[in-house]
Design a protein around this ligand. Structure first.
Ligand code: SF4
Length: 70
């Protein structure tokens, strides 16, 4: 399992040292940033979350697992 570093400190999965503690994360293209894709607790894709996209640059990708701490 890869070590995921993240700078988004107001996410519920964020931990000290800028580490992501989510069991699974879903990375999407910005084109789908506002889609409500989801994954099960076991890390399985739910509904339309399972598909393939292509990005041209790093700026076109985003984490879809982010949940605000409020
Ligand atoms: S779920 Fe995404 S936004 Fe949240 S800590 Fe992990 S990588 Fe960062």
């Amino acid at each position: 399992m890869p070590e995921v570093k993240c700078n988004v400190s107001n996410c519920v999965y964020w931990a000290e040292g800028n580490n992501c503690h989510a069991d699974t994360i879903l990375v999407e293209v910005d084109q789908h940033a506002n889609e409500d894709y989801d994954m099960s607790a076991a890390g399985h894709f739910v509904d339309d979350a399972l598909h393939k996209d292509k990005a041209s640059t790093v700026a076109e990708t985003c984490c879809h697992t982010f949940r605000s701490r409020h």
